[in-house]
Design a protein around this ligand. Structure first.
Ligand code: G4P
Length: 524
């Protein structure tokens, strides 16, 4: 194993931020990028959002509804670490996209609003992280506002998430008097994040700390910190890395307090790129040969070009510009002539990427979500999920002459993961499926803007669908034969059973116990 490879891998931290809308994810992202030197001025993340939104018509939806649809990745360096921050759509209608992005990270930062505690979307995203044992660092944001008591917040995390907590810092004051963070184990404090250094102090009662607070708040602060040291769980690296315990940091993204604590925690505590499970073996991040998988496809921002960017997470070895990779799904070689890195405000050609890095690979439809790329080995990564849609519709075309064009357009949208496409076995027109209603709006906008196809949607006869399989092929064939009018094929040709409602789905499942019906398909 060449040393420099292990060193490069060891420097990488690939993470996502999970939170309920409005908890402060965007503000925190801006601050992280600012400290990472990736942007000059805080505020550019939002400015960038605006710029992108004007680039293409279909993003009008984002602008009008003030939501972020597009997953992107931002790379920055801080303190000799390379951070890859994978952004996720905030709106729950794009949940499948978010879940797939979480398959590409090694850690997550959970942002909690200090006044609101654990909110529904945070809980849901946390559950996805738990399924994959993704270690979580908690950032309790908005301490500069009226906030709950820190013990109460810790307790809520423990109760609602069944996750052990270890407070690493304690807020020096709350609301108006919030003036920094006190490090419980190190007996040190940090003021506003402009001041980089952690200042050692003589306990919480020292003038440097308690002295920052109004007199009537000092005693409570000293009592609370002593109680936190005595009564709270100490940090345990192993429990954190296994996903059983979360270190908790307090701060204010807006006022830039506690953000350096967080970024240091990501560097010091969060794990380097993890080993990834493939069908034939487990791939270590430091293995010499390149492997990678696609977790997201995005249409080119420029509507004049039909090419797409595949977001690829490197799992081992070196991904180098110009190299030839093997695409596992087809077994065919593929030249990686122009892989790209993403920084806050620009893209840059990537010469070399290591495990944990995310690169964009421009292509004309060769790559699909879940695809594995290797240096020749016939191996396939497991675990990029595809969720059964909750809404099924037929697409109605205003101009029937354009049916062929619609077919092509839907195929492309499905390959990008915008919608799922099901072709009924009986030859009737294709059915589109989505997890959230806003995805239908995106589809409609894009069909109009990019293909000149005005469409509307009609209810389909079905409302539920499941992927089906059976231990023996003849059993599956028999089931398909008997239900021909209710069977469709997905993009990969895998069979799907369509039912009018949950009741009839359950009924068929009981009648055919050998047929496995699943709501989540893992790409393979
Ligand atoms: P999101 O991406 O998680 O949805 O949240 P975002 O960062 O956009 O923050 C939501 C609102 O909360 C914003 O206010 C933002 O300024 C505010 N905020 C974020 N972090 C903090 C913090 O640490 N302290 C305080 N006091 N406020 C914070 P807004 O009024 O909705 O937007 P804007 O007009 O200020 O941009």
């Amino acid at each position: 194993m060449p040393e420099p490879l292990a060193e490069e891998v060891g420097r990488r931290r690939t993470f996502a931020i999970i939170s309920h809308p409005d908890a402060g994810k965007t503000t925190l992202t801006e601050k992280l990028l600012l400290f990472g030197g990736a942007i000059q001025l805080a505020g550019e993340v939002k400015a960038k959002k605006d710029r992108i939104q004007t680039r293409s018509d279909w993003m009008k939806i984002e602008r009008e509804r003030g939501i972020s649809v597009v997953t992107s990745v931002m790379t920055f360096e801080y303190d000799n670490h390379v951070f890859n921050l994978l952004d996720t759509p905030g709106h729950e209608d794009f949940a499948d996209d978010t879940y797939r992005t979480l398959t590409a990270v090694d850690a997550a930062v959970m942002v909690i609003d200090a006044a609101k505690g654990i909110e529904p979307r945070t809980l849901k995203l946390f559950e996805v992280c738990r399924l994959r044992d993704i270690p979580i660092i908690t950032f309790v944001n908005k301490m500069d506002r009226e906030a709950r008591n820190p013990f109460e917040i810790l307790d809520e995390v423990e109760q609602k998430l069944a996750l052990d907590t270890a407070p690493m810092t304690w807020p020096i004051g709350q609301g108006k008097s919030f003036s920094g963070t006190y490090h419980l184990a190190k007996s040190a404090m940090r003021g506003p994040d402009r001041e980089t250094a952690l200042t050692p102090v003589n306990g919480p009662e020292s003038d440097k700390v308690a002295g920052l607070l109004p007199e009537n708040e000092r005693e409570t602060f000293i009592e609370e910190t002593s109680l936190a040291v005595e009564a709270c769980r100490p940090f345990d690296l192993e429990a954190f890395r296994e996903g059983h315990l979360t270190p908790v940091y307090f701060g204010s993204a807006l006022k830039a307090f506690g953000v350096r604590d967080l970024i240091n925690a990501l560097g010091e505590l969060a794990p380097p790129p993890r080993a990834q499970v493939a069908d034939i073996r487990t791939v270590e991040a430091t293995d010499a040969k390149m492997t990678a998988f696609v977790f997201k496809i995005q249409a080119n921002m420029d509507p004049n070009h039909r090419d797409r960017i595949a977001f690829v997470r490197v799992c081992s070895g070196k991904l180098q510009r110009g190299m030839k990779a093997r695409l596992s799904r087809t077994g065919k070689p593929m030249g990686l002539s122009a892989p790209q890195f993403f920084f806050a405000s620009q893209r840059q050609i990537a010469d070399t990427a290591y495990a944990g890095d995310v690169v964009g690979i421009p292509n004309h439809g060769t790559l699909r979500i879940g695809d594995t790329l290797t240096e020749g080995e016939a191996l396939v990564f497991q675990g990029v999920p595809n969720f059964a849609p909750e809404i099924l519709r037929r697409v109605r075309l205003e101009d029937a002459m354009k049916a062929k064009k619609l077919k092509e357009a839907l195929q492309q949208m499905a390959e990008e993961g915008v919608v799922q496409l099901f072709s009924p076995e009986d030859g009737s027109p294709a059915i589109v499926g989505v997890v959230g209603a806003l995805q239908l709006d995106v589809l409609k906008e894009r069909l109009q803007a990019e293909y000149g196809l005005p469409v509307s949607f009609e209810m389909a006869r079905f409302s539920v669908c499941r992927w089906i399989s059976a231990p023996e092929k003849p059993e599956l064939e028999r089931f398909i034969d008997r239900h021909r009018g209710d069977i469709a094929r997905d993009l990969d040709g895998d069979p799907v059973f369509l039912a009018s409602d949950q009741f009839s789905l359950n009924y068929e499942a009981e009648r055919y116990p050998d047929i496995k019906m699943v709501a989540i398909k893992e790409y393979h």
